[in-house]
Design a protein around this ligand. Structure first.
Ligand code: SAH
Length: 347
């Protein structure tokens, strides 16, 4: 089966040509798919015989809403999507004054093993396809009825561990005949996969790169983020500086504040030292309490922020949205998996 929605307009046109169709059919099908068509049958400007042939030979992914939670506090919406193979992933729709932002997943699960993160507990099941990434944006918009203007790749999974797919997805979601979302409205967050950062720099896209730093010293970082054992902090900052030189884009450093682990003043001083020569932005995140994790939220966020600012850095504290709906990092999928397990056991 050909996964049409994962194809670029050119590739789609070639597939349709190989079926004996004129070139303009490619754009027709592309437009339908990027509007969120749920079947080939509804593509009424295609000949019936072609619709039947496409239905027989091509895959059309349509994720099902397995669960949906809406925050009473701030309107944040969390979707648990069931994919065609039964796997589930999450997306979160956040409503900011500058527009609606969807946070999407890049993999089913994650193999990076960060000690504080719920998404990685059961490991990685598989990579998502470009279509499955696009579907999250498309069907969140269709289901919510809210136009999406911004995307963050900060859901389940490590985008730079699935970079070919992510690059294809970016091309698709950015396409003028598709959702047409500008690169400057897209952020990608990585735990620090250096070869991926270097490849991304080469592709020179105007998206915003976020690096999940969480500690500026190897000892602490390797303890909470196994990826650091392969890619050390020195090398990570070399890659970040190179990224900035190549793209001219300011990097955002994510920093989840963990009590007694990464919230000491000397660590703020070390962040400042490492950022010298580059306009970095540090985003302090109140740690989300994950039941399975031994870490507790820091009580020193304001003091840490002041310390960073005393070095001339910009540091913000992330406003937490959707606190009443498990709205962060794999917690809903985790809960659904636990419940399914209990259900099986009681049968
Ligand atoms: N793999 C990518 C993107 C997914 S995680 C990455 O690591 O950046 C999105 C962000 O949430 C990352 O910065 C991650 O470190 C952070 N995060 C994970 N668990 C968290 C928790 N319990 N509290 C606060 N932030 C968390």
């Amino acid at each position: 089966m050909i996964d049409l929605k994962s194809l670029s307009l050119q590739e789609m046109t070639d597939v349709l040509k190989s079926m004996g169709q004129p070139a303009f059919r490619g754009k027709q099908v592309f437009t339908w798919l990027h509007k969120g068509a749920r079947s080939f049958e509804e593509m009424t400007n295609l000949p019936k015989a072609l619709r039947d042939q496409l239905a027989a030979e091509c895959l059309l992914t349509v994720p099902k809403v397995a669960r949906k939670q809406v925050s009473q506090q701030d309107g944040t919406m969390k979707y648990l999507w069931e994919l065609s193979d039964g796997n589930c992933i999450e997306s979160v729709l956040m409503r900011y004054h500058y527009g609606n932002t969807v946070c999407i997943s890049s993999q089913v699960g994650c193999r990076m093993g960060c000690a504080f993160c719920a998404s990685t507990i059961a490991g990685k099941v598989r990579d998502l396809t470009p279509a499955e990434m696009l579907d999250q944006v498309l069907f969140t918009q269709l289901d919510s009825g809210l136009e999406i203007s911004n995307i963050v790749l900060m859901g389940i999974g490590e985008p730079l561990d699935n970079l070919d797919t992510v690059l294809k997805f970016l091309e698709l979601v950015n396409h003028p005949d598709g959702m047409n979302i500008g690169m400057r409205h897209i952020s990608l967050s990585t735990c620090g996969v250096i070869p991926g950062i270097r490849r991304l720099a080469e592709s020179n896209l105007q998206l915003t790169l976020s690096v999940s730093l969480h500690a500026p010293d190897d000892e602490t970082r390797s303890r909470i983020m196994p990826v650091n054992r392969a890619y050390h902090v020195d090398d990570l900052f070399d890659a970040c500086h190179a990224y900035f030189r190549r793209t001219g884009r300011r990097i955002s450093f994510e920093y989840a504040m963990i009590d007694g682990v990464n919230d000491n003043d000397w660590q703020a001083d070390l962040i400042a030292k490492r950022l010298k020569g580059m306009p970095g932005h540090v985003n302090l995140i109140p740690l989300n309490d994950v039941v399975e994790s031994p870490f507790k939220p820091s009580k020193r966020i304001a003091a840490f922020q002041r310390r960073l600012e005393s070095h001339g850095l910009t540091a913000t504290v992330r406003r937490s949205l959707g606190g009443d709906i498990d709205a962060s990092c794999g917690q809903l999928r985790r809960k659904a998996m636990e419940e399914a397990k209990k259900g099986e056991m009681s049968q």
